[in-house]
Write a protein that binds this ligand. Structure first.
Ligand SMILES: *Cc1c(COP(=O)(O)O)cnc(C)c1O
Length: 392
């Protein structure tokens, strides 16, 4: 029967977090890779044979394994997740002068890629259940500001076409794709999934990345599997997949010796050396997801004993990879966020606040946006905690 507001006990929080690790680590980063397969052999093979760069068998193999794992028709391996987003937007027909809807709660790459196309990111709010785009709120906003004209959806306030929506599966947790893809097709807005950190996550039984016209994943060193640096475009449209391969490989026409190109393409192809690492890493993905989920379950249990906060759990329609675990402080504890972050760091725990919201960054400060109350509230209360698979 206590109604007093207690401060979260930082020492107790540190103990609770550390009790979830399989051994006593001195210092743990937010997310580190786990190499427990044939990585050395695959990379060595590239060096021994000289196939380190833009040709070689591992790129094709990696693309096939990715398509098989995610259930998409075509996967195209590229140099990083950001270039995958850029190429996807181009392929989706995003042009200079367009607007693209982007959650304000995301990594900067999502908004940057839109800007590379000469288009304007238009920021949208998130929901607490998924940390991703709030479908109901966005539908209401679009109905209020937009109209369908000449087969496209236009923002009446700015006069610009709203060509696409990029949803982000934040920290690996799937957004509510059903209502989102429903209004996207109604309004003629192209859906793109930023599944950068969501490899191994499922929405209603199906791997994420199957709904967007294009979807992207990242294999940066801090993601669930890594190729050093890398990314991929996923699509269920075979023709679009072929085109994605073409434009990310300098749009070179196939020929044994002739160098001829039929459009301005990108040099975004993943090198064979990175793909070799990817082939070994993806074999371990099911086991890594299991370990990530195991760590999340331990956190969930341990944090239930800490007053003043909650562990962020997957929504009921999702099976998440729990790439980055997060806790949410109760509203009355939000002012303690930075104190807790520095106490966690003092104790060797690599914790982090959420990404700074996009609409607060200097280059995006004047961009169009809807009411962003929920994202702002989440930013003030969220802490990411160490999430490497090997911790559990
Ligand atoms: C990591 C990440 C990216 C970008 O991937 P890179 O491979 O680092 O370019 C894009 N979006 C989100 C949400 C990410 O977490």
């Amino acid at each position: 029967m206590q109604h007093l507001i207690h401060k979260i006990d930082a020492e107790f929080l540190v103990k609770a977090l550390k009790s979830c690790f399989s051994k006593d680590f001195q210092k743990v980063a937010l997310h580190e890779p786990t190499f427990s397969g044939k990585e050395w052999d695959s990379v060595k093979e590239c060096l021994d044979t000289g196939w380190v760069s833009s040709a070689g068998k591992f790129v094709d193999q990696f693309e096939l394994k990715l398509a098989e794992f995610t259930g998409v028709k075509r996967a195209v391996a590229v140099v990083n997740g950001t270039s995958a987003l850029h190429a996807s937007l181009k392929l989706a027909g995003v042009e200079a002068g367009d607007e693209v809807l982007v959650p304000t709660l995301t990594f900067v790459a999502t908004a940057n890629a839109v800007t590379y196309c000469g288009a304007t990111p238009h920021f949208v709010d998130s929901e607490e259940k998924t940390l991703g785009v709030d479908p109901e709120k966005l539908r209401i906003w679009l109905t209020e500001i937009g109209e369908i004209r000449n087969g496209g959806f236009y923002n009446r306030k700015t006069g610009r076409r709203i060509k696409a929506l990029i949803v982000v599966h934040v920290f690996g947790h799937p957004v509510d794709l059903d209502p989102i893809s429903e209004f996207c097709s109604e309004m003629n807005i192209t859906l793109i999934e930023d599944a950068a950190g969501a490899l191994g996550s499922y929405y209603k039984g199906r791997h994420v990345g199957n709904r967007g016209k294009f979807s992207i994943v990242s294999f940066n060193g801090n993601k669930i599997i890594t190729t050093g640096g890398g990314g991929a475009i996923l699509t269920n449209d075979e023709e679009a997949g072929e085109l994605a391969k073409h434009v990310t490989s300098t749009a070179k026409l196939p020929h044994p010796w002739l160098f001829e190109h039929d459009q301005v393409g990108f040099n975004y192809r993943m090198p064979n050396l990175n793909a070799a690492l990817g082939c070994s890493q993806i074999e371990q993905l099911p086991r890594l997801v299991e370990r990530q989920r195991n760590l999340a379950a331990r956190y969930q249990k341990a944090l239930s004993t800490v007053e003043g906060l909650a562990f962020f759990n997957e929504p009921e329609f999702a099976k998440s990879n729990f790439w980055l675990n997060a806790l949410l402080l109760n509203e009355d504890q939000a002012s303690r966020r930075d104190v807790l972050l520095s106490r966690l760091h003092d104790n060797g725990l690599g914790a982090r606040p959420s990404w700074t919201l996009m609409h607060k960054l200097p280059m995006f400060r004047n961009n169009p946006r809807m009411d962003l109350t929920t994202a702002q509230n989440l930013e003030s209360r969220l802490i990411n905690i160490p999430s490497s698979a090997f911790l559990s």
